[in-house]
Design a protein around this ligand. Structure first.
Ligand SMILES: NC(=O)c1ccc[n+]([C@@H]2O[C@H](COP(=O)([O-])OP(=O)(O)OC[C@H]3O[C@@H](n4cnc5c(N)ncnc54)[C@H](OP(=O)(O)O)[C@@H]3O)[C@@H](O)[C@H]2O)c1
Length: 350
């Protein structure tokens, strides 16, 4: 029994996520040749029937080198050629943050469905341009916030939808990672810092669970490279609060909690990838309630295929967005990122 006297489930729901192998096989054109591309290609090959048929880069030589490394047949030295390729059904924009807008617009103008790496764009204004272009063209568009597509997050979705937690008052989440000097996250010209690369995940969770940010307090510590090294933020979402810590300076537990009146949900780290879901009944002071746990192996970036399968199902069904990560949800995350940026700069200016 919970503290409020109502029985909580004795087992957590099973994810409703369809078998990714059964998703219709689409031909993917990948824009970008970097770190995430290697992991995406490996994951979709291992876990789906999706085919990566083409790769595009700002340089023909880099496209050919990446294609050889990854075993991809067709290469293009420009985004215009990649999106026009008749052997490409769907485009995956996996370039640096600054290039998401141009990549997404190019795909949409060519009438190609597009999956855009997180964050959808540099800010909410850019994100809105992508959403407007997708909606006016009637072409599928989604953000590759891969957590949203995981079976683990579908367990959370069901617990939120069926009211198991009761009134939810708070979300806390941290995401800190060590990066070697020289990594692009320390390059201000590539919009480095912990916000766009890392805080996207806790803010996506907070805005998904609690809704739009209505007020923000945040502070940041500059790194010698010129970008922010770490940021802490407390955000208000109507009557609820979220707290987020994100850093480039070292590894943090990467855990998340969703705090409800009847129970608290724990997502042991990394909360944004596959792993356990733990429901802890509200116990009151001194009580030690028994948690209800759903175990799931941690598979890290091997879970990047779930998003590709969802895109394939949606495109095949003629949908222009996925309910798992709507463009409005991506825009709410971008507005939260904008609010944190503004709050950090307000504090720094004092
Ligand atoms: N889902 C995840 O877990 C995850 C993890 C890491 C990164 N990401 C996201 O994926 C994106 C790429 O990250 P990454 O780590 O793969 O970066 P990366 O290794 O630096 O690769 C970025 C690629 O983007 C291409 N590019 C095109 N225009 C660019 C521009 N104006 N600035 C920078 N690069 C440009 C480059 O390819 P060419 O030079 O060949 O054109 C480069 O290979 C980021 O938006 C990041 O947030 C997601």
């Amino acid at each position: 029994m919970s503290a409020l006297g109502t029985a909580l489930p004795t087992a957590l729901p099973e994810p409703r996520t369809p078998d990714p192998v059964m998703a219709p096989a689409l031909r993917w054109g990948v824009m970008g040749t970097g770190w995430i591309v290697e992991r995406f290609v490996a994951a979709v090959r291992a876990g789906t029937r999706q085919r990566v048929t083409a790769i595009g880069s700002r340089s023909g030589d880099r496209a050919r080198a990446a294609a050889q490394r990854l075993g991809v047949e067709r290469t293009w030295g420009s985004r215009a050629e990649l999106v026009a390729d008749p052997a490409v059904d769907v485009v995956y924009v996996a370039t640096g943050h600054a290039d998401h807008l141009a990549g997404a617009l190019a795909a949409l103008e060519a009438g190609k469905p597009v999956l855009v790496e997180k964050p959808l764009a540099l800010d909410a204004a850019q994100g809105q341009r992508i959403a407007d272009a997708a909606r006016s063209a009637g072409v599928f568009c989604a953000e590759a916030l891969w957590s949203s597509y995981l079976p683990r997050w579908d367990v959370v979705r069901q617990l939120l939808d069926d009211g198991t937690l009761g009134a939810v008052s708070a979300v806390d989440a941290d995401l800190g990672e060590h990066f070697d000097p020289g990594h692009r996250v320390f390059d201000s010209e590539q919009h480095g810092g912990p916000l766009l690369d890392l805080a996207t995940y806790p803010l996506a969770l907070a805005t998904w669970v609690l809704g739009e940010v209505t007020a923000a307090t945040a502070t940041g510590v500059p790194h010698a490279s010129g970008v922010l090294g770490q940021v802490g933020a407390v955000l208000q979402h109507g009557e609820a609060l979220s707290s987020v810590h994100t850093t480039l300076l070292g590894d943090t537990p990467t855990t998340a909690h969703v705090v409800g009146e009847r129970a608290t949900l724990r997502l042991p780290g990394p909360f944004y990838a596959s792993g356990d879901v733990v429901l802890v009944p509200a116990g009151g002071s001194g009580a030690r309630p028994t948690p209800v746990v759903r175990r799931e192996p941690e598979t890290g970036h091997a879970g990047l295929h779930w998003q590709a399968a969802e895109v394939a199902r949606c495109v095949d069904a003629g949908l222009t967005e996925t309910p798992l990560r709507s463009l409005d949800a991506s825009l709410a995350t971008l507005r939260a990122l904008d609010a944190v940026q503004a709050a950090v700069h307000g504090v720094a200016a004092q």
